[in-house]
Write a new protein. Sequence first.
Lengths: 401, 404
Amino acid sequence: MPSALSGFRILECGDMVAASYATKLMADMGAEVIKIEPPDGGDPARQRGPFPGGRPHPEKSGLFLFLNTNKRGITLDLENTKGQDVFQRLVKNVDLLIHNVHPTQISAAGLVYDQLAQINPGLVMTSIAPFGLNGPHTNYQASDLTLWNAGGLCFLNGAGPGTDHLPPLKPFGQQAGFTAGVHAAVASLGALFATLRDGAGQHIEFSVQECLMGISEFGTIMASYAGVAASRLGNKPIQPLDLMECKDGWIFICCVEEHHWESFVDLMGNPEWGLEPIFKDRLKRAESWDALKLLIQDWVKDYTVQDLYLKAQARRIPFAPVSTMGSLLNSEHLNSRGFFARLGHPEAGALTYPGAPYICSETPWELRRPAPCLGQHNAEVYAELGMTKQELSTLQQAGAI
Amino acid sequence: MSRPPLEGIRVADFCWAWAGPYGALQLAHLGADVIRIESAKRLCPSRLIPPWPDNEPGVNRAGYFNQYNQGKRSITLDLKAPEAIAIAKTLIEKSDIVMNNFASGVMEKLGLGYDELRQVKSDIIMVSLPGYGTSGPEKDFVSYGPPQVAQSGLSSLTGYVGGEPMMAGFSYGDPNGGVHASFAVMAALLHREKTGQGQYIDLSQWEAAIMLLPEAVMDYSMNKTQPERRGNRDPYMAPHGVFRCKGEDRWVSLSVRDDAEWQRLCAVMDQPELASDARFASLSVRKENEVVLEEIVTAWTQERTADEVTESLQQASIPAYPALDAIDMINSPHVASRDYFVELEHPEVGKRRHMGVPWTMSRTPCKIQRPAPCLGRDTDAILTEIVGLSQEEVAALREKDILA
C-alpha cells in the first residue's frame, strides 16, 4: 500500500523545530524529503540534547533524531554562488520547499519565490518567519521563548493568585516551533492540493506569532469581547480544574460539567461540605477555590495516582494522571495502539521514538529510515541531479557542500 | 485572484467544544465549505461560556464560539430522530470529509460510523479525534483539552525551578489535537485526489500532545531519566527568561544564544565590567552563576519598560519581546499592519476583533469569508440546496421539532 503522501517531493531548509517538524509529519506520511543543512555543523538542533549519557554528539541529539526521521540529508551552502547553482537544480525537481530561514538571511540564501518560480512554476514555497515577512517587527530576532511571549501565551501561565513575584511561565520544550510547524504543514498541503488541480505553484508566508495568538483560547476573546486581559494571577473561571498531589505522584482533578462534580462528591463519600452553598456550582467553586482546594487535597493525598484515575474514569469523571516519561512508555493503552516506534540509527543506536498520533485505515505510517547523518546522502542526491564525481569534488573544494 | 485551495470541498463537521472545531477551522481557512451540525437541544459548550459582550449571555454572543467557528455554516439537527440521521447521511453523501470529536463509539451508536458512511459515499474521508483514540484499553475514558496537558507529560516537565508540576495556561491539548487532525485530513485528501480512495483516520489527542515533547521522551529512551523542571531557563542559553519591567506586572522575555550575544547585551546594558567578568565568560559558567546573572539582568530591566528593553536588545540583534497580554495582542501595531485581524459584521455582536488566518497564499487566497454562524443560520439553505428537500418538507420537519 502506498503512503498518503508518496510521490510528493519536498526540500527543507530547517533551523531547529518549525520547518523540520512540518516536513517530518510529511515524510512519515510517505513524502520524499531532502533536508538541506549548512556544511559547517548542520542544523542547530544537532547541538541540543538529549544525548546518550548527556555527552553532546551531532549525530545523537534526541531532538534532531525525532525531527528528521524518513528524510535524506545533504549539506549545501546556500550563500555560496556554486552552492546556489546546485540549489536551483534541486528546486527544479520538487513540489514543495519549506524553510524557516530568518527574514534577514532570506535573500542571501536565494529563497526568493519569484526567482525560484522561474525555474519551477509549479513550486509551492512556504516561508515560516517569526513575525511574518512584512511589518515593523519582521527582522526581529526570536527564540522559542520570545515567540511564546509574542503570541501572548506565556502571560497566561503561572502559579495563580498571590504569586505575582513569579514571572509568566513557558511550558517545557520548543512549543512555538512545534505548533508553528504543524500549522505550516496544513497550509502547505492546502497549497499542494491547489497545485494538483491546475499545476501552478505559489508562495505561502507564515507568521509564528499570529499562529500562537490564534490558540490563546480565552486570551484574545476576553480582550475583544470583555475588554480585559486574562492573567496567570487571576482565578480560573471554573473549578475544580487543578493539579493535586497523590501518594505517589500528581493527578489533574477535572470537573467541567456539573455531573462530573456530583460524581466526584459521591466518589469522595459525600462529605458534608459537599453541600455547602459556596461550592454549589462551578462558578461558585471557582470563587471559593482557596477553601475547596484544601478539602479535596486532603482526600486526594491518600490515593495513588493510578487508583484515583481509574476510580474517577469508572464514574466518567475526566481526571488524568500527570504522566512521567516512564509511565508513558509503559502505558498499556499507548502500547496497545502501537504509538511508540523503535528505530535503529548508525551512531545513536536503537531508540524508542514517539510515533504517529493517528492511524489511517488505507495509507500506512511508517519509519523507513532514521534521521540522516550530516551530509549522509550527498553522493546519492547529487548523482540523481546528474553530477559527476569531478563536479562534486569541485563543489567540495569551493566549500559549497 | 484565483479560488481558495479547498473551494468545492465540503466538510460535515460534527465536532464540538474546542479540539474538533479548531481542526475544522483550518479547513475553513483553506476555503472548504465547513458545515457545523449542531443541536439546539444540547448546545455546544463553547456557545455557553463567557466572555459575552456587555456580559450579556446569548448562544450567538459567545466569543469562544465566534472565534473558533469563523467561516463555517451551521445547521441544527436533532440527531436522536431517525429523520435527522437520514438527512445527515444525505449531507455526508454530498460531502468529502466528516469530522467528529465525540467520545469513542458515539458516531457508531448514531448509525454514522465509518462502515455505514462508506456505503453512502465510498470515498469519504472520516476523522475521529477522541482524547484516547478509538482503540486500546482506555478508549472509553472521557477527556477534555486541559487534562491532555497533564496526561501527555507536559505538566511533569513544566514548572518553576524546584517547584510543582504546572499546566500551560490554556487548554493546549485542544488546538493541538485539532490541527494534527486537519493535517491528517489534508494528507488523506491529497491521496484521494490521486487515487480516488477515501479512508478512516483515528486520532488520539493524548498522542498528538506527546508529539510536543520528544526531547523528554527521547531522554527517557536514551537515559531512563527526564528533564528537571527549569522554569523559563534553557540548558543551552543564558540568560534566558522572562524578566520584570517597569509597570504593574509587566515583563520582557529575552534569550542570549551565545557568547557574542552576551557581549552585546553587556554593551546594551552599558556594563563593560560584566563583559570581562569571568563568572559570565562562557555558557557553562553563566549556567553555574545563573541566579546572580538573572539578578543583574532584572536590576536593569526593571528600570525600563518592556518595549524599551525589546527595542534596545533587538537593535543589537538579541532575541527579546514583551510578555504580551491579550489587550497588547489585539492592539499590536505590528500585527495590525499586516492582514491577520478579522472584523466582520456579526448580527448579534457587531464588529469585533478576531484572530484570522496565520498564513497568506500568493495565488489562492485564504480569507475568512463570513463571521461564525448564528445557531442554525444556514439550516434552510443547506436542506434545500444540498440535501435537496422542498420548502414544504423543511417546514414539516421543523413542525416535528427535528430541526432543533
